[in-house]
Design a protein around this ligand. Structure first.
Ligand code: BES
Ligand code: ZN
Length: 634
């Protein structure tokens, strides 16, 4: 019986009410299932318009030998449809052992469950029957070694080399690979967790750590604020802690702790600047966890505990805008959350805009503008790489099959440019008040693009008429091309880099006269972004000889350099160092461009496949999939 029900529920999933939606009548958006009427999360099987999770209680043991989390999850449910007789959860590659139901969360009785058909992107719906009066379900399960949201690291992949490490990455739809739950950003729940680890290893989560931890490997956590499932996070390893400020500190392996605490020492100040600009920080502490270098992202805004790549620890604090970005998510994303993955720009575009504002406030306008110029260059690159017009928009006409597949800087930088445009039109004071109002009025809620546009219409377009038309707004969100009146930043420092590069390439100056020895990482990034494909092998060799780029200890500079060398047909010269780099670093933004450059020729693609065959098992499952997509034969 469940099988046929599951089939009808497939992709029907989460409906959230779009109360403010109809008010946006003037702003024309394409009629698609996401933006028209009730919001449908096409990336979840959950029946959360009938039964909605309000609390998640985890009880899990960590087994490194089996690469398994095992135990159970208890879900507290609110029945929106009183006679609902089932709850549908999302799962991927989970081994479900049993299900129980309860009316009080204390006395449990077995209940029936069924796993539906496998969808290659979404996983399998798990339907648990709900007896009358049941408000809690318990699912007993264990994860599988291939869980897409977990990476199990061997000791050799850690800084300490002695003990294993585990970390989760739930965004966008990977929480379901380690917890059976309603895996939609439209559903918010509080959570608590009991985690058992092998002795000598510490567990940390995106939550408050309970007092009274003992040395036996038992750890307890509470997240009292309701959060979407993609923000549930866990890491286990030989992890130490160092305080940085009253509310800020850093967790890392012992070998990394000191350098990390130095690099990120300005975090407490950033937090203060944030509060001044965007309103109170509502999450208690703000700590960082430095992951091993296979972490597939730069940073992940897990509440109270941002996960961060070690590739930003460069010793000069020049890449701390990444921390500002993750911290800004405490407002845009964690406090006000995209209701579906089609609304991703509400999370990332806002956050990128806030990051530029933070960088400007903390380090001055020149540095903020420098970062904006680099962001816009990335946007233009990604618009050039986009496979369809839909991929260039802020709100797609057709939902993407897999949110991971369409990930790019477009929602980030186009979103930020849109907000810069609004700021310019309405003035900074009015726009700041508007933004604060958006966060306050939607705190701890999930919102759609349509809701944002309705709010914008009501609070700015209508109250300050004649400045921006609904048609102009529509062009920003749903035209593929960037509006002609976008407001771009400029940077004197980066213009100097352009001039130096061009003079050297034209043979007017020596490579050492460019001033590269004094450049910051941002100046190097800009230097590489504007590098022509026509440069000669001799020029590349001179560049490498002058600045020792092959084997550079700065992972960002190294990534650009290897890509450039491959683009210029100089792969052989960098191959050993590049292969070592690709075997160690798993951050997709750094390795993706190198694999993409290799895959541009047949011989290069074969080389990329050979390198991946050698090093790919060390990548996070999400990074493995991303690289496989890049290098697969066409
Ligand atoms: N939330 C994102 C990372 C993410 C996005 C994970 C989508 C999974 C799916 C995070 O806040 C982010 O944007 N990270 C950037 C940092 C940057 C823009 C400073 C990254 O990892 O590069
Ligand atoms: Zn982000």
């Amino acid at each position: 019986m469940f099988v046929s029900c599951v089939a009808t529920l497939r992709r029907a999933a989460v409906a959230v009410s779009a109360t403010a939606a109809t008010a946006a009548a003037l702003i024309v958006l394409p009629m698609n299932p996401v933006l028209a009427g009730d919001v449908v999360d096409t990336h979840s099987f959950a029946n959360s318009s009938e039964v909605r999770t309000t609390h998640v209680a985890l009880d899990l043991a960590v087994d490194f030998a089996k690469k398994e989390l095992s135990g159970h999850v208890d879900l507290t449910l609110e029945r929106l449809k009183p006679d609902a007789d089932r709850v549908v959860l999302d799962t991927r590659a989970l081994e479900i052992l049993g299900a129980d139901a309860s009316a009080d969360g204390k006395t449990w009785a077995k209940t029936s469950f069924a796993l539906g058909a496998l969808d290659p992107v979404l996983g399998r719906p798990l339907t648990v029957s709900l007896p009358a009066g049941a408000t809690h379900v318990r699912v007993r399960y264990h994860s599988r070694p291939e869980a897409s949201g977990l990476q199990w690291l061997k000791p050799a992949q850690t800084a300490g080399k002695k003990l294993p490490f585990l970390f989760s990455q739930s965004q966008a739809i990977h929480a379901r690979s380690w917890i059976p739950l309603q895996d939609s950003p439209a559903v918010r729940a509080t959570y608590d967790a009991h985690i058992r680890t092998p002795k000598g290893l510490r567990a940390v989560m995106s939550a408050e750590m309970s007092e009274g931890l003992d040395a036996t490997g038992r750890w307890a956590f509470t997240m009292p604020q309701p959060i979407p499932s993609y923000l549930i996070a866990l890491a286990v390893g030989d992890i130490g802690f160092q305080a940085m400020g009253p509310r800020t500190g850093v967790y890392a392996e012992a070998a990394t702790l000191k350098a990390a605490a130095y690099e990120f020492a300005e975090t407490e100040k950033t937090l203060e600047v944030c509060e001044k600009l965007f309103g109170p920080y509502r999450w208690g502490r703000y700590d960082l966890l430095v992951l091993p270098p296979s972490f597939p992202y730069g940073g992940m805004e897990n509440p109270r505990l941002t996960f961060v790549t070690p590739t930003v620890i460069t010793g000069d604090r020049r890449l701390v805008s990444l921390i500002a970005h993750e911290l800004a998510h405490s407002w845009s994303g964690n406090l006000v959350t995209n209701a579906t993955w089609e609304d991703f720009w509400l999370n990332e575009g806002f956050t990128e805009y806030l990051t530029y504002r933070l960088t400007e406030a903390q380090f001055g306008k020149a540095r903020g503008d420098m970062e904006r110029v680099i962001g816009t260059a990335a946007l233009k690159t990604d618009i050039g790489l986009a496979k369809s017009d839909d991929d260039k928009k802020l709100t797609r006409s057709t939902p993407a099959a897999d949110p991971d597949e369409v990930f790019s800087s477009i929602p980030y930088e186009r979103g930020a440019l849109f907000l810069v445009y609004l700021e310019t039109k309405f003035g900074r004071d009015a726009f700041d008040a508007f933004l604060r109002g958006w966060f306050d009025d939607h705190a701890f809620q999930s919102a759609t693009s349509r809701q944002f546009l309705a709010y914008l219409d009501a609070k700015l377009l209508k109250t300050k008429p004649g400045l921006v038309s609904p048609a102009e707004i529509s062009a920003w969100v749903s035209n593929p091309d960037l509006p002609a009146d976008a407001v771009y930043a400029s940077s004197d420092a980066l213009a100097k880099v352009d001039a130096a590069r061009d003079a050297w390439l034209a043979g007017k100056t020596a490579v050492t006269a460019m001033g590269g020895a004094e450049w910051t990482v941002q100046e190097w990034e800009h230097f590489f972004e504007g590098f022509p494909k026509t440069a000669s092998a001799a020029q590349l060799q001179a560049l490498d000889a002058a600045f020792k780029l092959t084997g550079s200890g700065n992972a960002i500079i190294a990534s650009h350099w290897y890509k450039l060398a491959v683009d210029a047909g100089q792969t052989a010269a960098v191959l050993p160092a590049m292969t070592e780099y690709l075997s160690r670093v798993g951050r997709m933004k750094l390795i993706g461009p190198i694999y993409r450059a290799l895959a541009a020729t047949d011989a290069g693609r074969a080389q990329a496949q050979a390198i991946f065959a050698q090093v790919g098992s060390g990548y996070h499952p999400i990074a493995q999939q991303s690289v496989e997509r890049i290098i697969k034969g066409s």
